[in-house]
Design a binder for this molecule. Structure first.
Ligand code: COA
Length: 261
């Protein structure tokens, strides 16, 4: 975990890997180097003894203000597709990552910054955060998975409002539409996020991995094939001795309580 990156910081504390987007002067805008480094960091974390990942932005102003506009300016119809594909691949890698990922949204999460947060499993926002998809105001659309993940997260109506109007929403409104899971005072963001990550670290890693895969697959595949995946993963987990022991322990505790009455 000691590798040096140019645009992010990666550190591990206990079982939690922290990725910090580290371009505060540019509101942590995501450029090609950052995308590449995020991908490399995930590879490093995959091999490390970490059970949960937290992604946040440096400073108090922004989680990320989105794709780096200086790079965006140079795109042509030919290169734009590749640009979109690269971001989609990295965020899909994040979404399908074997360990849970929590976004600690410490300020603006706009455009690609919001798309990054949407690829995480959980989103905790500081009360000062503002979220949105401003692409339409530039004559563009979200291109790093936002048009697909947003409606799956907040429903079609809310997603269309965000994507087609391009307005920013405050943290409390984001909470109401299910765009974030929790809003906390800015100064408590780190502690709250760490507390959630610690709870996830206490869960059995294999069960978490399959829970994540099964729930994610349900949002993509047809309903029936999602149900099939749910059955398959559920059955697979019964191969672990630990699972049976936990179920038995729960049953014997209940029997004991009933006997006590
Ligand atoms: N890409 C590259 N640089 C960005 C950026 C982005 N997406 N967003 C902000 N920055 C840079 C600014 O150019 C500025 O750099 P400079 O000081 O070298 O000129 C710095 O970050 C601070 O931004 P600034 O606009 O001065 O801050 P602000 O507080 O006035 O406004 C925002 C904050 C987020 C409202 C505004 O920066 C903004 O609208 N950014 C673009 C968001 C966007 O459209 N993202 C989607 C891209 S598809």
């Amino acid at each position: 975990m000691s590798k040096c990156y140019r645009t992010i910081k990666l550190k591990k504390k206990q079982h939690i890997a922290w990725i910090t987007l580290d371009r505060p002067d540019k509101l942590n805008a995501i450029n090609a180097v950052m995308l590449q480094e995020l991908s490399e960091a995930l590879d490093t974390i995959e091999d490390a003894n970490a059970r949960c990942v937290i992604i946040t932005g440096k400073g108090e102003k922004a989680f990320s203000a989105g794709a780096d506009l200086t790079e965006l300016q140079k795109l042509t119809p030919e290169t734009a597709s590749e640009f979109s594909m690269k971001g989609q691949q990295v965020f899909t890698k994040l979404e399908t990552f074997s360990k849970p990922v929590v976004a600690a949204i410490n300020g603006y999460a706009l455009g690609g910054g919001l798309e990054l947060a949407l690829a995480c499993d959980f989103r905790i926002a500081a009360d000062s955060a503002e979220l949105g998809c401003p692409e339409i105001k530039l004559g563009l659309i979200p291109a790093w998975g936002g048009t697909q993940r947003l409606p799956r997260t907040v429903g079609l109506s809310n997603a269309k409002q965000l994507i087609m109007l391009g307005d920013r929403v405050q943290a409390d409104e984001a909470l109401m539409m299910g765009l974030v899971d929790k809003v906390v005072p800015q100064k408590e963001l780190e502690d709250e996020t760490r507390a959630l990550a610690q709870r996830l670290c206490e869960r059995q890693p294999a069960a978490l991995k399959h829970a994540k895969r099964a729930t994610n697959s349900g949002t993509k595949a047809s309903f029936d094939s999602g149900l099939k995946k749910e059955r398959d993963f559920f059955a697979l987990l019964f191969a672990a001795k630990d699972t049976i022991k936990k179920i038995e322990a729960f049953g014997s505790q209940r029997n004991k309580k009933e006997g006590d009455c």
